[in-house]
Ligand binder design. Structure first.
Ligand code: ADP
Ligand code: ADP
Length: 234
């Protein structure tokens, strides 16, 4: 479960109706697939994730999960079945453990083991008791300065705590690329915004976003030959 489909989606931001981002974009991500989305800067990769989360709705076309139009799904259900990691994860003024716990669908039933397991898979367990730097004055403890990659691992653990069907990753890091894909993604559908060749090589399929639609989609080995220019930049 977790088949994701964009069907004939057209979209322009409300403030920029004259410059549509997508026109009749279609993309199928079969359940259990790790799909890397690549494309030039400004081609709409992040916007694709925003539409999936219903931060905006398409002007035309539909987005479905397992055949259900996401506009018909309860927003709470949607948020609890899609895990997301953005490029700039938000951290709250509490311990990293509690920052991860914040991702729980039902905070009252989440156990310490659940949190630790999610942290382990995301490789964030080493610093789980620490407080993010900057929040140390709040708690009277010395906060640790977290790298961008560590923040993303916390965000991944937070997203995994939901046990989501679909993971939408608008961020990459060494960990994700080098060791996580198979462990993290087991049995899940993943849409990852890819900026690196190594991510693409770990994905089952690649979708190339260009000219307001998906220009090509298929195994990376085929696309690498066709799109030398694009991939050389990665
Ligand atoms: P990518 O992730 O591929 O770099 P984005 O989805 O971030 O592309 O952006 C696609 C286009 O939409 C860009 O031209 C960007 O400036 C524009 N854009 C992004 N967010 C907004 C917004 N909230 N309002 C208006 N335009 C936006
Ligand atoms: P970002 O995408 O910048 O990391 P989000 O606001 O999307 O930050 O939240 C990060 C994680 O926390 C996501 O997994 C999101 O679904 C979850 N989350 C956001 N708001 C809530 C909320 N009110 N209750 C529970 N979880 C939430």
């Amino acid at each position: 479960k977790g088949r994701l489909e964009f069907c004939d989606v057209s979209f322009a931001y409300p403030t920029r109706k004259e410059a549509p981002i997508f026109q009749n974009l279609s993309l199928l991500v079969p359940a259990g697939t790790v799909m890397a989305v690549v494309g030039p800067s400004g081609s709409g990769k992040s916007t694709l994730v925003s539409l999936l989360l219903r931060l905006y709705d398409p002007d035309a076309g539909v987005i479905t999960i397992d055949g259900h139009d996401i506009r018909d799904l309860n927003p709470y259900w949607l948020r609890s079945h899609i895990g997301t990691v953005s490029q700039e994860p938000v951290l709250f003024s509490c311990s990293i453990r509690d920052n991860i716990a914040y991702g729980a669908v039902d905070p009252d039933t989440v156990t310490s083991e659940d949190i630790y397991r999610a942290a382990r898979v995301a490789n964030a367990h080493d610093f789980i008791q620490a407080f993010p730097k900057g929040f140390d004055t709040v708690v009277g403890e010395k906060g640790v300065l977290l790298s961008g990659g560590q923040k993303q691992r916390i965000a991944i653990a937070r997203a995994l705590l939901k046990n989501p069907k679909i993971l939408a990753l608008d961020a990459e890091n060494e960990f994700l690329v080098q060791q996580a894909l198979e462990r993290l993604m087991e049995g899940r559908t993943v849409m990852i915004i890819a900026h690196r060749l190594s991510t693409i090589q770990n994905a089952n399929a690649v979708a190339v976003l260009d000219q307001r639609c998906i220009a090509e989609c298929g195994p990376h080995t085929e696309l690498l030959g066709n799109r030398q220019g694009l991939f050389r930049k990665l």
